[in-house]
Write a protein that binds this ligand. Structure first.
Ligand code: GLV
Length: 327
């Protein structure tokens, strides 16, 4: 506890006012206001004595950080739906609650996946660079030819909330056939979008577009490797708006250069940020955004509110609104 017995918290970056206000009203909060994350040694100092930490996906929340915080740490509230940056088992062992922010970013993320899919398929970014570079001299019957979308097959890897939201868009709007792989069956998606659960190899070989919506864990890490890209159509477009390490970036680069697949749209890279001199960044058939899928007003406000609620509930040792490790 801090002064006036208000709980002490460290907020690792400025978040939208919708959540920050709630935190400042109830806690003795220190907020890291710099645009870049706190350096590790500073973070370890800042969390000392805190009852709660509001973290971002840029912070590695592991035993070292929990030790640095001390035994009074009750909650880690991640400002993200993904929580691969947190050692959840370690937190659970210490009875530290972990929260995340699902739901509010589903539609924005599905929109981003679709934006990447259509940008990469229709070569929008490459075309923009062509215009900006002063190369547009005439209408070209053979120029900038991309891939059609209507009636094609979309393979969704991970038919959870976001995968399902993308399936809805593509089935309803573009009449696509939807295939998916998942550990679980999603009967609602099957009914709404006529989605078909298939084997991994079938999804790779039959899909015109493959979009990733699984979380990053030891099973999904590197699942898109040389072998996977080799099984895809040479006209296929690969989209990853989940986590960078799900694809092997060198293998993706080689697949794009070698014509194993047509194009890729990435909102996530490995590492993040990707070096702007990385050859992948320079490829005309790879569209890369800087991990902005949840970047809409309502999504980020919703994430801030949930993260603040999770933080306060955890400090009071109550159930969290979005609780990763219920105990
Ligand atoms: C963003 O990537 C998130 O997990 O919310």
């Amino acid at each position: 506890m801090g002064v006036n017995n208000r709980p002490r918290v460290f907020v690792t970056r400025l978040i939208p006012e919708a959540g920050l206000r709630i935190i400042l009203d109830h806690c003795e909060a220190e907020v890291w206001e710099a645009p870049l994350p706190p350096p590790r040694e500073v973070l370890l100092e800042k969390v000392a004595g805190c009852d709660g930490i509001l973290s971002l996906l840029t912070e590695q929340v592991n035993a070292e950080l929990m030790d640095a915080a001390g035994a009074q740490l009750k909650v880690i509230s991640n400002f993200a739906v993904g929580f691969n940056n947190i050692d959840v088992d370690e937190a659970t062992r210490r009875r530290i609650r972990v929260g995340n922010t699902p739901g509010v970013l589903t539609e924005a993320t599905a929109d981003m996946a679709f934006a990447l899919l259509i940008s990469a398929s229709r070569r929008i970014v490459e075309a923009q660079e062509y215009v900006r570079g002063g190369h547009w001299k005439t209408w070209e019957p053979l120029g900038h030819i991309g891939q059609d979308l209507v009636g094609k097959t979309l393979g969704i890897v991970g038919m959870g909330r976001i995968g399902h939201a993308l399936a809805r868009r593509c089935h309803g709007g573009w009449g696509m056939r939807i295939l998916y792989v998942d550990k679980f069956r999603n009967q609602v998606a099957e009914e709404e979008c006529h989605a078909q659960q298939v084997e991994w190899d079938t999804l790779l070989s039959e899909s015109d577009f493959v979009s990733v919506h699984v979380d990053l864990n030891p099973e999904t890490q590197g699942m898109f490797d040389r072998d996977a890209f080799a099984k895809m159509k040479s006209t296929a477009v690969f989209v990853n708006s989940a986590r960078g390490p799900i694809h092997r970036q060198q293998d993706l680069y080689e697949a794009l250069v070698g014509g194993e697949i047509f194009a890729a749209g990435l909102d996530v890279t490995d590492p993040e940020p990707v070096d702007f001199k990385d050859p992948l960044v320079q490829l005309p058939n790879c569209v890369i955004a800087p991990h902005i899928a949840s970047g809409t007003v309502s999504s980020r406000n919703g994430m801030a509110e949930i993260a603040a609620d999770n933080l306060l509930a955890g400090i009071q040792q109550q159930p969290l609104r979005c609780w990763v490790n219920p105990m």
